[in-house]
Design a protein around this ligand. Structure first.
Ligand code: PLP
Length: 470
């Protein structure tokens, strides 16, 4: 080994404890980050997160931060669970890699398929694996096309999504996403993908005098109108997140999903639930569709499936779609090198078992999330907060200028960014989209940790109030 290689391997093992400045210099010199204005980041330097345990992160200067976002909505069981480390280590030692392409399988992926199918609702029992939510969603677009081709309806290809939806960043998933800033610079969306509004978010789009149910009816009517405009014979599927996540943590208005499901059934349009955030206990059930009482034809999932320890995602198909594909004579010419990766499958399998054993989607999860929702709703009294909303272990706060109104600070997004910075400096991670602040903590968080988190958030809101009004 050359001296340089020796230094590098030591650095990777963290033995050298490089200084924050050194890490930032390396990062600024070579690392292109997701969703970033790069020159701004390089001027201000990235924060360096160097370790994590349970619900806490530590930065490279030793500051402890409670992670109110479970990473990116994913670390259901918390950080640093040794058992998952041991499972990964054992899996690497026994079968570090093998593919599932050439009429082969592995014990881990077979067991994971069975376990996932036991959690999905109704007859969504056939599971295809990928590595990210975006890959699962791009895969699903292809499966939908394949299904309607096999059914002799090759014209039935339009997919309807919603304004402000977030479905990922690969070319199909980004097209499904309803955020124009993710389309314009990349010449998206792909043809055949349509977005409807209003976004089902009563606080923002409900009209004066309109009840929540009436608003839900207006949102569902927009779907029916779009189907009729395109011709039902041309509409393949409707995709929605049970709770819209990255576009603004928007819980659906009452009765919304029942109305959407009825319209999909009426026009033979496949109902696709993107559960990349909501899956694996985030809303209080294994899947968000169970919380909201609808039965999709397709579910996509990722994140909480492995608590973010390893990259893995999946598509669950119902029997009608799956059997059409299974019985087809054509080869389903789709798959990834890492579809059903044995190490990722082993970790995901144990992670889901831990969710069961720790009762995070059962009584314990229910009790913790009730406490979380209670502490969240108490923030509604804060002078900056126009609304709080949430379900399960998801929560949002709307920052407004005038309490009792929906008037925002100018420019929009400034209050949110200010609050996020105060949160981080105070010791809690909250995410901001515009002037909406989100929470999605690890499901394993304790009631004491929830109290600590909300005390820090209250302090951060006070500081934000001072900054904005001072
Ligand atoms: C609902 C939803 N779908 C898809 C994705 C994309 O997942 P990934 O970032 O793993 O590609 C995300 C990511 O946050 C998501 O929230």
């Amino acid at each position: 080994m050359t001296p340089d290689q020796g230094t590098l391997s030591k650095t990777l093992r963290n033995d050298l404890s490089p200084t924050t400045d050194a890490i930032q210099a390396q990062d600024n010199a070579h690392h292109l980050h997701p969703f970033t204005v790069h020159h701004e980041l390089r001027d201000q330097n990235p924060r360096v997160i160097s370790k994590a345990k349970g619900v806490y992160l530590w930065d490279s200067d030793g500051n402890r931060i409670i992670d109110g976002m479970a990473g990116l909505w994913c670390t259901q069981v918390g950080y640093g669970v040794e058992e998952l480390a041991d499972i990964a280590s054992d899996a690497i030692k026994s079968l570090s890699y093998y593919n599932t392409f050439f009429q082969t399988t592995t014990p881990a992926v077979a067991a994971l398929s069975e376990l996932v199918a036991s959690k999905t609702p109704a007859d969504l029992n056939q599971i295809f694996f990928a590595s990210s939510g975006s890959e699962a969603n791009d895969t699903t677009i292809k499966f939908i096309n394949y299904y309607w081709n096999l059914k002799g309806q090759p014209q039935k290809k339009a997919i309807i999504a919603r304004e402000k939806a977030y479905h990922g960043t690969t070319i199909g998933a980004a097209s499904l996403t309803g955020l124009p800033f993710m389309h314009d610079i990349f010449d998206l969306p792909l043809p055949g993908i349509h977005h409807i509004g209003p976004t089902p978010h009563y606080f923002e789009y409900g009209e004066d005098g309109e009840s929540e149910e009436e608003f839900a009816g207006r949102c569902a009517q927009a779907l029916e109108d779009k189907i009729l405009e395109l011709g039902a014979e041309n509409v393949a599927a409707f995709i929605g997140e049970p709770v819209m996540g990255a576009g603004g943590l928007m819980t659906p208005p009452k009765g919304y999903w029942q109305k959407i499901e009825a319209i999909c059934r009426k026009y033979d349009v496949l109902l696709w639930s993107d559960e990349v955030i909501c899956g694996f206990g985030r809303t209080g059930s294994w899947f968000g569709c169970q919380t909201y009482g609808y039965t999709p034809d397709i579910i996509t999932m990722a994140k909480g499936m492995s608590s973010g320890y390893v990259p893995i995602s999946a598509v669950a198909l119902n029997e009608e779609i799956a059997s059409t594909i299974v019985e087809a004579d054509s080869e389903m010419a789709h798959g990834f090198t890492y579809s059903g990766h044995p190490v990722c499958s082993s970790v995901a399998l144990r992670n889901i078992q831990l969710l069961e054993e720790w009762d995070l989607v059962g009584e314990r999860g229910k009790k913790t999330s009730e406490h979380f929702q209670k502490r969240l709703s108490e923030l509604a009294d804060h002078p900056l907060v126009g609304q709080t909303r949430g379900i399960g272990m998801l929560g949002a706060l709307e920052l407004v200028k005038e309490k009792g109104t929906k008037e925002r600070f100018d420019p929009e997004g400034h209050a949110g960014a200010t609050c996020r910075t105060h949160c981080f400096n105070t010791g809690v991670v909250m995410r901001a989209v515009g002037d909406t602040m989100f929470l999605s903590p690890p499901l394993v968080i304790s009631e004491d940790e929830i109290d600590e988190m909300f005390d820090l958030i209250k302090t951060s809101l006070d500081l934000t109030h001072q900054s904005l009004n001072g």
